[in-house]
Design a protein around this ligand. Structure first.
Ligand SMILES: NC(=O)C1=CN([C@@H]2O[C@H](COP(=O)(O)OP(=O)(O)OC[C@H]3O[C@@H](n4cnc5c(N)ncnc54)[C@H](OP(=O)(O)O)[C@@H]3O)[C@@H](O)[C@H]2O)C=CC1
Ligand SMILES: C=C(O[C@H]1[C@H](O)[C@@H](CO)O[C@H](OP(=O)(O)OP(=O)(O)OC[C@H]2O[C@@H](n3ccc(=O)[nH]c3=O)[C@H](O)[C@@H]2O)[C@@H]1NC(C)=O)C(=O)O
Length: 269
């Protein structure tokens, strides 16, 4: 397994400042050395405390194979690459994640969703690894997907099977562009980690935070986004501590004003 000491700005979409040790899993043998709960994908939904020892699947686990409407993808494959290939092959169903800078492994683990759709709608199976069971397959009936959650905790997702629908190039591109445009109009795409909190039942976290007048609040180099209050943006060299401080402020304010306990959507390692 290759081991490198790097700045966390290289492995997070938030470009957070800090250092970590990254262990790159290059083959199946390396899987035995993984520390569970320390896996990162494309880093689009994580905050990493300083000096962590982390693990990431290498490009060996990035591939897309298509058999009729079944799309078989390696666990580290980027959503953007999958969508490019789906366009070429006239397969529709993953457009809702257009513009999300994540990997399929992270998206399955978190049951990524947007525009009323989620990964669970197209998921067929995943080949996983964990220390107790070794390599085994979880089919859709046993994935137990829920809002931003699944049965994949403590598993490394090595391969995913997605069931898509035949469509045409033009319709897929149009839907992808529309979704990316809406996403951009509502929230920033760069130097963020997506939604900070899950939406509480029948409420919208962004609205609650905005109503506490917290938009634009800055700690260090991290700021509560002025466009969408459930996002935190990195102004320059924000650290995990800057973000954790802001998260604390938001939770306290929302609890005091609305008696609602917000739950983090972002994974804090
Ligand atoms: N809808 C939206 O607009 C957006 C959504 N997102 C979300 O971000 C997620 C991020 O994906 P990504 O950037 O790749 O992940 P991250 O690097 O952000 O990792 C997030 C967590 O996913 C798990 N994970 C990542 N890769 C794998 C894998 N191969 N097997 C098992 N677990 C894995 C790990 O959880 P653990 O170790 O705890 O199991 C990790 O802590 C997506 O699910 C999506 O929901 C992000 C941005 C925008
Ligand atoms: C970004 C993520 O997923 C996003 C996903 O992209 C979008 C689009 O479908 O819907 C969810 O956001 P969201 O609930 O904030 O959706 P938005 O459409 O942006 O906002 C909903 C409504 O909240 C209100 N709103 C939002 C932000 C704000 O500062 N103030 C405010 O009042 C607006 O009325 C807006 O219409 C997902 N977030 C969660 C936690 O469920 C992610 O998972 O990281």
């Amino acid at each position: 397994m290759k081991q490198i000491k790097i700045n966390t700005n290289l492995i997070t979409s938030f470009k957070q400042n800090g250092t970590c040790t990254l262990n790159v899993i290059e083959n199946m043998d390396d899987l035995h050395e993984i520390e569970q709960g320390k896996l990162v994908g494309e880093g689009s939904n994580i905050i990493i405390r300083n000096h962590q020892n982390l693990y990431k699947l290498s490009k060996t686990f990035s591939y897309v194979n298509i058999v009729d409407s079944l799309v078989i993808v390696g666990g580290s494959t980027k959503i953007s690459l999958i969508n490019k290939i789906l366009i070429k092959n006239g397969l529709s169903g993953l457009e809702f994640l257009g513009g999300v800078p994540a990997s399929i492994g992270g998206c399955v683990r978190m049951n990524a969703g947007a525009f009323g759709k989620s990964i669970s709608d197209i998921f067929e199976y995943a080949i996983c690894y964990n220390h107790d069971k070794g390599i085994y397959t979880i089919h859709k009936d046993n994935a137990y997907f829920s809002y931003r959650n699944s049965n994949f905790k403590d598993n490394v997702i090595l391969e995913v099977g997605l069931r898509l629908k035949k469509s045409n190039y033009h319709d897929i591109i149009t839907k992808l562009n529309e979704n990316t445009k809406i996403r951009l109009s509502k929230a920033p795409l760069l130097r963020t980690f997506g939604s900070v909190f899950k939406n509480p039942p029948n409420m919208v976290a962004g609205k609650l935070i905005e109503e506490c007048y917290l938009k634009g609040k800055i700690i260090g180099d991290a700021m509560i986004c002025k466009k969408h209050a459930n996002y935190i943006v990195n102004l320059n060299k924000a650290t995990a501590d800057d973000v954790l401080y802001l998260i604390d402020i938001i939770k306290n304010n929302v609890y005091k004003k609305f008696n609602v306990e917000l739950e983090e959507e972002v994974v804090i390692l």
